[in-house]
Ligand binder design. Sequence first.
Ligand SMILES: [Zn+2]
Length: 108
Amino acid sequence: MTTQASGRARPAPGLPDALAITLQLAVPLHIDELRHCDDRQRMAIAARCADVVAAHGDDLQYGGKHCAETFNALARGLAVAAYQPGGITFAGALHWCTDEDCTWQAAR
Ligand SMILES: [Zn+2]
């Protein structure tokens, strides 16, 4: 598998612009950081990230003391998912994968 990260976006009704923009910046950085992890390590990271998002997703959505931690967990969890076959499409609008021949279109 290549570790070349691909990120693509299309308009996302209902997804706050600030979240979409910051994820577009953060997720590729996390994808790069995870390039030396094996699948088992990435799954463990994903589980920890999922726990944080599940516990504090409201802080991310509405603001709260865990907002930054939850944002980072969301970005890192999405980065883990980018390594799965087909990558990850978030909110129908943001897509990341490690397939340099990705055909996901930004404007469908
Ligand atoms: Zn893709």
